[in-house]
Design a protein around this ligand. Structure first.
Ligand SMILES: *[C@@H]1O[C@H](CO)[C@@H](O)[C@H](O)[C@H]1NC(C)=O
Ligand SMILES: *[C@@H]1O[C@H](CO)[C@@H](O)[C@H](O)[C@H]1NC(C)=O
Ligand SMILES: *[C@@H]1O[C@H](CO)[C@@H](O)[C@H](O)[C@H]1NC(C)=O
Ligand SMILES: *[C@@H]1O[C@H](CO)[C@@H](O)[C@H](O)[C@H]1NC(C)=O
Ligand SMILES: *[C@@H]1O[C@H](CO)[C@@H](O)[C@H](O)[C@H]1NC(C)=O
Length: 396
């Protein structure tokens, strides 16, 4: 750790000059930039690997409430439960560009990738950023440290040119992890956060804000289409909304506060009966969460009504019964967003069907539901920073 940090700062002092400042400001401001996302299913190979992953998932369950302020060095990073599948896309960092596969995450605001100087074995199975090979890299003499239950990550901060497709963010602040534990089985290299600056722990301007500031995008929106069945076809689009990815009306919902992608939800019902969110609750639209999550007791009650059997942290149903299960209605801003059983059940790698809704381990003062990919596959989602609102429409 010390050695690595030393070598980083030494290099920084020797670094001669910064150039290319104006390179790549995107001219085509009218265009929507679409980044294809690959859906990845984590394959569990051996028993011990499976156990390792399960431990990771247990310990890294989404925690909505960070334990410290963004100014502190130690934070609980809202990396969430990435069960079985998630979506990732390619970005590049540096000059010449180095490519990384990252999870595009509306639940956090920072960008980080492993550093080439990372000393943890888990980094070796991922692409690591070789900052010495980038002429535009600048080291920031500030460290960051992030803890996740028993897992952790720490590193340094740097600035460099980050490209998402044709979009270029110059001098983008990001984290380079030097030590990390708990990422063994995860195929993505890093995370690209798309939430508000208020949620940034490394304290810089998040990449989407920078793209807007640097004039790379005209419309201050991005949107997700998550393919239902095919591994390909998913996209995150920046700077506009391509209407061919949804049908019917795009319904707008104002955010509770302009600091997270969280909206008010009226209720959750099944066959006309309210089953959770009595009297209203909060719903976080989180592309970095693969499932729907809610308070444990309410999730248990709802899944008991469906007839699902608890087994470990999941609830199972017979795959042949899926077609007979009721839809679950999520009512947001007076509009019903039904989720059919085919959407909320997931077949695991051994062919058993479980419910893609799980209880939160972290209890919060307000009833909060996380609407992850299980919900967002069904509903195309637009994240409108310009008007602090979310748009939802039936995905094609
Ligand atoms: C991302 O890059 C990898 C490696 O170059 C490539 O195999 C993959 O197809 C790319 N993914 C997408 C979604 O473009
Ligand atoms: C964070 O770390 C830096 C460098 O290690 C140190 O100077 C600073 O005091 C730390 N800040 C807090 C709030 O602990
Ligand atoms: C979030 O940050 C923005 C920009 O700094 C600020 O205007 C806004 O008041 C903050 N919101 C909250 C709820 O802290
Ligand atoms: C969802 O709500 C709508 C409107 O109240 C209703 O017509 C529909 O039957 C409900 N669906 C379910 C599965 O409860
Ligand atoms: C929900 O059910 C699971 C599985 O039976 C159990 O482990 C958990 O403690 C329950 N949670 C609550 C809050 O009742």
């Amino acid at each position: 750790m010390l050695r690595t940090r030393t070598s980083l700062s030494t290099w920084s002092q020797e670094r001669s000059m910064k150039w290319l400042v104006l390179l790549g400001l995107v001219a085509s401001s009218e265009c929507i930039v679409k980044i294809p996302l690959t859906r990845v299913q984590i394959m569990r190979k051996t028993h011990s690997e499976k156990k390792m992953l399960n431990n990771f998932l247990k310990e890294h369950a989404y925690s909505l409430y960070q334990t410290s302020s963004p100014d502190s060095n130690i934070t609980t990073h809202p990396l969430r439960n990435i069960k079985d599948m998630f979506y990732m896309g390619n970005i590049t960092i540096g000059t010449p560009p180095q490519e990384f596969q990252v999870a595009f995450d509306t639940g956090s605001s920072d960008l980080w990738v492993p550093s080439y100087f990372c000393i943890s074995p888990t980094c070796y199975s991922h692409v690591m950023f070789r900052h010495l090979e980038s002429s535009t890299f600048q080291l920031i003499t500030k460290t960051f440290k992030t803890e996740y239950g028993s897992g952790k990550m720490q590193g340094v901060l740097g600035r460099d040119t980050v490209r998402i497709g044709d979009l270029v963010s110059i001098d983008q602040l990001f984290g380079l992890s030097l030590e990390q534990s708990g990422f063994e089985e995860l195929p993505f290299d890093g995370v690209l956060g798309l939430s508000y600056p208020n949620m940034s722990f490394i304290g810089g301007i998040p990449i989407f804000d920078n793209l807007k500031k640097q004039g790379a995008i005209s419309e201050y929106v991005f949107a997700f289409y998550l393919s239902k069945s095919k591994p390909e076809g998913s996209v995150v689009m920046f700077g506009g909304v391509d209407k061919s990815y949804y049908q019917g009306t795009l319904n707008w919902v104002p955010l509770i506060q302009a600091r997270t992608w969280c909206v008010h939800m009226d209720r959750i019902s099944m066959e006309g009966q309210t089953v959770a969110c009595y009297g209203g609750c909060e719903a976080l639209m989180d592309t970095g969460a693969s499932l729907i999550q809610g308070p444990g007791n309410l999730v248990n009650n709802t899944l008991r009504l469906i007839g699902a059997t608890p087994q470990g942290s999941k609830h199972y149903v017979s795959c042949s019964a899926v077609n007979t299960l009721p839809s679950i209605n999520f009512t947001i801003n007076g509009i019903n967003y039904p989720l059919p059983a085919q959407a909320y059940t997931i077949k695991d790698s051994s062919g058993n069907c479980y419910i893609g809704i799980r209880g939160n381990r972290v209890s919060t003062s307000t009833e909060t539901w996380i609407l992850g990919d299980v919900f967002l596959r069904q509903y195309f989602s637009v994240f409108d920073r310009g008007n602090d609102r979310i748009g939802l429409a039936q995905a094609v």
